[in-house]
Design a protein around this ligand. Structure first.
Ligand code: 0X9
Ligand code: ZN
Ligand code: CA
Ligand code: CA
Length: 727
C-alpha cells in the first residue's frame, strides 16, 4: 500500500468511526493494585469502567488511553487481557452465536415457546414500549390463571439493561423455565406459580444487545449503553431518583460508559420500564446484572443506608447463603451510582409505593461478561435459589413495628409493678392480629414467664412488669402475631437480645464528658504511625472525606484519630483512648457516641474495640463492644447496660475505666474513628426488700403447710375423740 492509499484508508477509518477515537481501540482488562492506602481513594476519583473491587485489588475494563489516568494517580496495574474481546472470542471455538447466549430473536422465540408449551401459566409476550431504534421491549408473565390480574404478590425480573451482560438474561429465563417444568410436580414451583405473579423482561436494552451481535456475532462485544444517536446512554444512570446527584456516581460526558443522558428518563427504554413498574404493584424488582458475585441494594447514590437497611441486610444475608455472593450497598462493595434502577425503585415514593430492589451481579471475575459456554448452566444453577427465594419472600415481607410511646423502662421502682404502653402496627403490608400481644420476662436469669398484655384499644397494649427488690434484674421482650408470617418479636432476635430493667430509687449522672474540657483521658500509641487520638473541633478537610464533619453530641469538640488537614487516619497499628475512673458500684449505664469509617470491613480486621476494667485500669480488661461495620460517615450512639456488663462477666465497681482502641490491622486501608458524649449514669437503690424472695416464699409456704398439717391433725384428733365418746 502506498502512502497516499494509507492516508485515504486512515481518513476512512476516522470518518466511519461513529464515536470518538476510543471506539477504535481495543478494550483490555486490567487488575489495579489496591494495597497502597490511598489507592481506593484515588481510584474513586477517576471515571473508568470498574467491574470488581476486592480487599486488595480491583478489575476494570480500560482502553489504552485510560492507562495514563491510572498512572497519573499513582495506581499500579497489571494488564490481564490486552485484547479482552479477542479473549472472550477465544472461549468460543465452536463459534456459537453470541458465545452460546440466546440472540435477541432467540430470546423472543424462547418467550413464545414457553407461552405455547405452558399456556395455562405463561402469558403470551406483550410489548410495553420500544427502544430508540424501534425494537419492542417484550414482557411475559408467569402465574396460575395467568390472564387474570389476581391479588397476588408481584415480582419483576429484568435483565440486559447493560447490553454486554447476557448471563443476567439466561438465569432469569432459566428460572422461568424451571417454574414451568416443575409446576405441579415440585411443591415449591407450584406454590410460587399458584400464589405469585412474576413478570419478566429478558432484554431491557435490545438495541445495545443487537449492536453487540453486529460487531461481534460470536459474542465478546463490549457495548454497555443503549443506542441513543451519538454515544449512547447508560440506562442504569438515567432513572429519575437522585439523577445526576454528583459526577462520581454517573457522568455528564456522553462518551463515558456511565453517561446519564440529558435528563432523567430521557431514554425511551427507561421511560417505558418506569411506566410499566408504576402500572403494577411489585414487592420486589430484581435488576439482573453481571459480574463480580455481588447482591447489591440501595442506596447507590451516597454513603447512606436506607431506612430499611435491616430488612435489606436480612434479605442479602439469606441471598449470600444461597449464592455465595457478597451483599451490601453499591458504595460498600463497588462504587457510588446515581440515577440507577435500584435507587429509583426503592426511593421514588410519589408515583408508586417503595419497592425492594436488588441488583445481583452474577458470575465471577473469570467469567467476565462472556463466560465460557459451559459456565452458562452453572451460573443459572447458582442463581436459581435466589430467584426462588425472592419469589417466595414477596408474599411474606410483612412485618410488625413495636412502638413505645413513653419508652421502654430501664429502671423500676422497687417493690412496685411497672407498666408501659406498647403500640403494634404493620410494616411492609403487615397486619397485626388483635389481642395477641405478649410480654415475656425472666427475673435474675430464671426461666421465662409469658403473660398476655392488657389490650386497651385494638393493637394498643399495656405491659406490666412484676414488682422487684433492689438488686434484681429483669430481662424482657414483646411478641405479637402478624396475620401472614405469625409471631414477630421485639427485639427481633429475642430472647438472644432482650430489654432489661432494674429497680432504682434514684439516678445520678456521675460522669458527663462532651470533650470541651480536659477531664483526664489518656492516649496511647500501639505501633501506629499516624492517626493519634486528638481532642478538638473537627477540622473538616474538604479534601479528606473520611473524617466527621462535626462532633457527635453537638457541643463542638470530640476526640478524633488525628484531627488535622490531609490524610490523617490510623496506620500500621492501633491507637488507644482511656477514660478516667467512674463509679458504677450501684449499677448504671454508659453511653457514648462513636464515629467509624472503614474501607476494609472484611472479617473485622479493622475495628474500634471497646474494653472495660473494674479495677482502676489495673488487671484484666474485658471486651464490651466491638465496632467493625462502616458507619456511612455518621456518628452512632451506643449504650452499655448493666445486662451487657453481667453478660461479659464484669462486676460493676466504683473503680471503672473504659478504653477505645482504633486498630488498623490492614495498613493499606482507611481507619478513622471518633469518640464523643461519654455519659455514665449511676443507679441508686436503697430500699430494704419488701417482696419476699424465692426462698422466703418457700419458708412461708412451708410454714402454711405445717400450720395446715397441724390443724388437720387437731381436727382429726377431735373427730377420733368424738367417735370414741359415741361408742
Ligand atoms: O454500575 C452498575 O450499573 C451496576 N454494575 S455493572 O457492573 N453491571 O454495571 C451496579 C448497580 C448497583 N446499584 C445500586 N446498588 N444502587
Ligand atoms: Zn450491569
Ligand atoms: Ca462534643
Ligand atoms: Ca483522622
Amino acid at each position: 500500500m502506498n502512502i497516499g492509499k494509507m492516508l485515504v484508508a486512515m481518513a476512512m477509518v476516522l470518518i466511519l468511526s461513529p464515536f470518538n477515537v476510543l471506539a477504535s481501540e481495543n478494550p483490555m482488562l486490567v487488575r489495579i493494585d489496591l494495597t497502597g492506602e490511598m489507592d481506593i481513594v484515588n481510584l474513586r476519583g477517576i471515571d473508568i469502567d470498574i467491574q470488581v473491587v476486592k480487599a486488595d485489588y480491583a478489575e476494570a475494563v480500560v482502553y489504552p488511553s485510560d492507562l495514563e489516568k491510572l498512572r497519573s494517580r499513582g495506581l499500579s496495574y497489571a494488564i490481564i487481557y490486552e485484547d479482552l474481546v479477542a479473549f472472550y472470542r477465544s472461549r468460543n471455538p465452536l463459534a456459537l452465536d453470541m458465545g452460546g447466549f440466546p440472540t435477541l430473536s432467540e430470546a423472543i422465540d424462547i418467550m413464545d415457546s414457553l407461552a405455547a408449551t405452558y399456556p395455562a401459566i405463561v402469558s403470551a409476550k406483550w410489548s410495553i414500549g420500544s427502544s430508540w431504534e424501534g425494537r419492542d421491549l417484550w414482557v411475559f408473565k408467569i402465574s396460575d390463571n395467568v390472564n387474570v390480574d389476581e391479588d397476588e404478590p408481584e415480582v419483576f425480573y429484568n435483565s440486559l439493561i447493560h447490553a454486554r451482560e447476557p448471563a443476567g438474561m439466561t438465569w432469569i429465563l432459566h428460572f422461568a423455565g424451571w417454574l414451568c417444568e416443575n409446576y405441579t410436580s415440585d411443591s415449591v414451583a407450584s406454590y410460587i406459580v399458584d400464589n405469585r405473579e412474576l413478570f419478566f423482561l429478558p432484554v431491557f436494552n435490545p438495541d445495545g444487545y443487537e449492536y453487540n451481535r453486529l460487531t461481534n456475532p460470536g459474542g465478546g462485544g463490549m457495548w454497555r449503553k443503549n443506542r441513543r444517536p451519538g454515544d449512547g446512554v447508560d440506562l442504569n444512570r438515567n432513572w429519575g431518583y437522585m439523577w445526576g446527584y454528583d459526577n462520581y456516581g454517573s457522568s455528564p460526558d456522553p462518551w463515558s460508559e456511565t453517561y446519564r443522558g440529558p435528563a432523567p428518563f430521557s431514554e425511551p427504554e427507561t421511560d417505558t420500564v418506569r411506566q410499566f413498574i408504576v402500572s403494577r404493584d411489585f414487592d420486589f424488582v430484581i435488576n439482573a446484572h453481571t459480574y463480580g458475585e455481588y447482591l447489591l441494594y440501595p442506596w447507590g447514590y451516597d454513603y447512606f443506608y436506607t431506612p430499611d437497611q435491616d430488612f435489606f441486610y436480612m434479605v442479602g444475608d439469606s441471598g449470600s447463603t444461597l449464592t455465595g455472593y457478597a451483599h451490601g450497598t453499591a458504595w460498600e462493595l463497588l462504587y457510588q451510582t446515581n440515577g440507577d434502577a435500584n435507587d429509583w425503585c426503592y426511593g421514588e415514593q410519589v408515583e408508586k409505593p417503595l419497592i425492594f430492589a436488588i441488583a445481583p451481579e452474577s458470575g465471577n471475575s473469570y467469567d467476565g461478561f462472556w463466560p465460557l459456554p459451559s459456565r452458562i448452566p452453572e451460573i443459572n444453577a447458582e442463581m436459581l435459589p435466589f430467584g426462588i427465594y425472592i419469589a417466595q419472600l414477596a408474599g411474606v415481607i410483612m412485618g410488625l413495628h413495636f412502638d413505645y410511646p413513653a419508652g421502654v423502662p430501664h429502671t423500676l421502682i422497687p417493690a412496685q409493678q411497672t407498666s408501659f404502653d406498647v403500640t403494634v402496627s404493620g410494616v411492609r403490608g403487615g397486619e397485626p392480629v388483635w389481642g395477641t400481644g405478649q410480654l415475656h420476662y425472666s427475673v435474675d436469669g430464671g426461666p421465662y414467664v409469658t403473660i398476655a398484655m392488657a389490650e386497651n384499644q385494638p393493637n394498643e397494649y399495656t405491659a406490666t412488669l412484676p414488682a422487684l427488690n433492689c438488686g434484681s434484674v429483669i430481662d424482657f421482650y414483646i411478641t405479637a402475631e402478624e396475620v401472614t408470617v405469625g409471631t414477630v418479636s421485639d427485639p427481633p432476635d429475642a430472647p438472644a437480645t432482650t430489654y432489661s430493667a432494674t429497680p432504682v430509687t434514684g439516678t445520678v449522672e456521675t460522669f458527663n464528658d462532651n470533650f470541651e474540657n480536659n477531664l483526664g483521658w489518656t492516649t496511647e500509641i500501639i505501633g501506629a504511625t499516624s492517626g493519634y487520638w486528638e481532642r478538638g473541633v473537627p477540622v473538616n478537610d474538604p479534601n479528606w472525606d473520611y473524617d466527621p464533619v462535626t462532633d457527635g453530641d453537638g457541643s463542638g469538640s470530640c476526640y478524633l484519630t488525628q484531627n488535622q488537614m490531609g490524610n490523617t487516619d490510623v496506620d500500621n497499628g492501633a491507637v488507644r483512648l482511656t477514660s478516667p475512673v467512674f463509679d458504677l458500684s450501684d449499677g448504671g449505664i454508659i453511653e457514648y457516641y462513636y464515629y467509624l469509617y472503614l474501607t476494609n470491613t472484611t472479617n473485622g480486621v479493622d475495628i474500634l474495640l471497646v474494653e472495660i476494667n473494674n479495677n482502676g485500669g489495673i488487671g484484666t480488661w474485658t471486651e464490651i463492644s466491638r465496632h467493625d461495620t462502616n458507619g456511612s460517615l455518621d456518628w452512632r450512639h451506643h449504650t452499655i447496660t448493666g445486662a451487657d456488663l453481667s453478660l461479659a462477666g464484669v462486676t460493676p465497681t466504683f473503680n471503672m475505666v473504659i478504653r477505645f482502641t482504633a486498630n488498623d490491622a490492614d495498613p493499606q486501608s482507611i481507619v478513622e474513628a471518633g469518640i464523643d458524649g461519654v455519659i455514665v449514669t449511676k443507679y441508686e437503690c436503697d430500699q430494704p426488700d419488701q417482696i419476699p424472695t424465692l426462698s422466703e416464699w418457700g419458708m412461708l409456704i412451708l410454714a402454711l403447710l405445717l400450720l395446715a398439717a397441724g390443724t388437720i391433725a387437731i381436727i382429726r384428733k377431735r373427730i377420733l375423740a368424738l367417735k370414741d365418746s359415741a361408742k
